[in-house]
Design a protein around this ligand. Structure first.
Ligand code: SF4
Ligand code: SF4
Ligand code: SF4
Length: 351
């Protein structure tokens, strides 16, 4: 087998992108994966196999780590997957070969993703989404079986803006990283630098060479900008028990967790819906802002008109059954006549 074929097999590259190996892998990275041949190795072993001085092997492996060709292992524990973060400072490292699935993060967010033809990008993104759905399927199944899962399991929840900002306030370390769902899918033109990483999530992201560190105030400004841009805040509500990691600012067209919920038949359960909007119809001016803000069409024009201050306006109707409780209508309503009503014992949020 020639080296490229070995690389394609070892790095588990889907067939659609196999002809484009040179777009996302340099010759020495291909050599590394082939040389490692699925083995977890130390810097000394890699230096020996690649016939490099130690300092060069160490620098090369760290570059490969940032480009997601390898993960790190410390004391037998893989630390390359984000939720397994441990502090690696001053600890002996070994490197685990990654697979193409992992490489997609850096490639789509900061790499040469756009150098690939659109039809290839679309096919690979579809493959990535399915792999992601398969990966989270066991935990989603568990959540579907357990009505109290939202209180125990660190899962994806729709968060109100204030709940997202409270996480920013509670964190000591803040970072922002490009959204890989929007970078890969390119389904809309909303903000790409929008994934908020906090504490361990921020430390891990920065250590991996992704994103940039922010002050608390800069972080809040980005969160507010995502809200203005019509992005929904999604991640766990139970961070007090599990520690902060960060949250995403999502759109329905690109977001993998939202799109995976269709594949996994977990609509409203994963990501979990916690609120429902309620409008005070007695003061609503039918300005239509909520119609433009709602990603789910819960606020809509029903075809009728209404007289406001002597002028005829398209009436705004509301279908509560379509609401996912993201709160975007509430933060956009110019007169604050939308409140979020809790669906399960969380204090109501009044306008
Ligand atoms: S989950 Fe949402 S914000 Fe996070 S990467 Fe996906 S779309 Fe972007
Ligand atoms: S944004 Fe507020 S005032 Fe405007 S139509 Fe919607 S609920 Fe009414
Ligand atoms: S109506 Fe519901 S889904 Fe639509 S923007 Fe408001 S909270 Fe979000």
């Amino acid at each position: 087998m020639d080296r490229i074929k070995e690389f394609i097999a070892l790095f588990q590259i889907p067939p659609a992108i196999a002809p484009y190996v040179t777009v996302f892998a340099e010759p020495d990275e291909i050599d590394l994966i082939v040389t490692m041949a699925g083995r977890t190795l130390s810097v000394v072993e890699v230096a020996d196999l690649l016939k490099l001085p130690m300092y060069q092997a160490a620098a090369f492996l760290e570059k490969a780590y940032r480009r997601h060709f390898v993960h790190r292992e410390v004391a037998g524990r893989k630390v390359g997957y984000i939720f397994d973060h441990v502090d690696t400072t001053d600890k002996p490292l070994r490197y685990i070969p990654a697979r193409f699935y992992d490489r997609l993060d850096e490639l789509t967010m900061y790499g040469d993703w756009d150098a690939l033809p659109k039809e290839i990008r679309d096919e690979v993104t579809g493959w990535w989404l399915q792999e992601y759905a398969d990966k989270i399927a066991p935990v989603v199944e568990k959540i579907k079986q357990d009505p109290d899962a939202h209180q125990k399991i660190k899962q994806k929840d729709f968060l109100l803006l204030d709940e997202a900002v409270a996480q920013v306030d509670a964190a000591a370390v803040h970072a922002v990283v490009n959204c890989d769902c929007r970078s890969s899918t390119q389904g809309c033109s909303r903000m790409v630098e929008a994934c908020i990483r906090l504490d361990d999530g921020a430390r891990y992201t920065l250590e991996r060479g992704l994103g940039r560190q922010l002050s608390k105030d800069e972080c809040k400004q980005i969160v507010l900008a995502t809200d203005r841009d019509g992005l929904m805040h999604i991640d766990t509500r139970v961070w007090q028990d599990h520690g902060l990691f960060g949250f995403c600012n999502c759109c329905t067209c690109c977001c993998f967790p939202l799109r995976a919920s269709t594949l996994l038949d977990s609509d409203r359960v994963y990501p979990r819906v916690h609120y429902q909007a309620r409008r005070d119809e007695t003061v609503c001016t039918h300005c239509g802002r909520c119609v433009r803000r709602c990603p789910y069409g819960a606020f809509y024009h029903d075809g009728s008109t209404i007289l406001m201050n002597g002028k005829s306006r398209k009436a705004v109707a509301f279908d509560a059954a379509k609401c996912y409780g993201c709160g975007l209508c509430r933060t956009g309503c110019p007169i604050g006549c939308i409140a979020m009503h809790s669906l399960r014992g969380i204090p109501d949020d009044h306008p």
